[in-house]
Design a protein around this ligand. Structure first.
Ligand code: PEP
Length: 259
């Protein structure tokens, strides 16, 4: 049994308006309630678009639901003339617990490099948000067998200057780019290889205690049918789920992977 509490985080990406969001939250809540889900045993985080956060907050607070929630991105800046951006303070005010940083879709379509991801990670921490820092190799790197080296270089750059006392509460998501939205899931051994390397590196950069506490998620085409095999691996502490996270039945089954 792992000492770390598993985390299932559902990244809705750019899907669901606020009305559809409320519907999904309610369906998920009913399904998990029927199953008597204990959120202290497997934590569940909802990561909707910014425009849904207030609706999600209202449902979670008002009905005392067990979900945590967060945003898919934040600005590296605190306030000011940054049209279209959302600050860490704004997310904290909505009682977000988490914020995803460095998702491969941000890196690819919005040209975010490790310097930006590092700045966003530190900004999130400053606002008492827990960053879910995404790293992962593309297909070329995987074919060359350099996935560990590649991911550790990203990790080093993305965590540079993060205060040591904050590292234990961080979440790192290993998301091989070739497995995101492709239906091509990494094998449990592939996931374990990189997740273990990430944990070891945290130990080298910070401390054995930080390494033992930090949660490392796998992400990339996680479904109800493949989640248990991945979760059985020692260094995988949960999943960052995209496509399957907006299907309430499928996501509830992922959360209930022990059943
Ligand atoms: C993601 O967006 O983080 C993700 C893993 O997507 P999918 O599950 O659809 O591959």
């Amino acid at each position: 049994e792992k000492s770390r509490i598993p985390l299932m985080a559902g990244n809705w990406k750019m899907n669901l308006d606020h009305f559809e969001a409320a519907h999904l939250v309610q369906k998920l809540a009913w399904t998990l309630d029927d199953a008597k889900h204990d959120f202290d045993v497997v934590e569940v985080a909802l990561i909707p678009p910014f425009t849904d956060l207030r609706s999600v907050q209202t449902l979670v607070d008002g009905d005392k639901l067990g979900f945590k929630y967060g945003a898919q991105d934040l600005s590296q800046y605190d306030k000011g003339a940054y049209t279209g951006e959302i600050s860490g303070a704004m997310l904290a005010k909505l009682k977000c617990t988490y914020v995803v940083v460095g998702h491969s879709e941000r890196r690819q379509y919005h040209y975010e490099d490790d310097a930006v991801v590092n700045a966003k990670t530190k900004t999130a921490i400053k606002h008492d948000l827990i960053p879910i820092v995404c790293i992962g190799e593309g297909l070329e790197v995987r074919k060359e067998g350099r996935q560990v080296q590649h991911c550790l270089a990203q990790l080093d750059a993305d965590l540079a200057g993060v205060p040591a006392d904050k590292v234990a509460s961080l979440v790192i998501a290993y998301e091989p780019v070739w497995a995101i939205g492709t239906g091509e899931v990494a094998t449990p051994d592939d996931a374990q290889e990189v997740c273990a390397a990430i944990r070891k590196r945290i130990g080298e950069l910070y401390s054995p205690d930080a390494a033992a506490a930090v949660r490392v998620l796998y992400g990339g085409s996680v479904k109800a049918q493949n989640v248990a095999g991945i979760m059985a691996k020692e260094d995988v502490d949960g999943a960052l789920v995209g496509g399957a996270a907006i299907d309430p039945g499928e996501f509830a089954s992922i959360v209930r992977y022990r059943d």
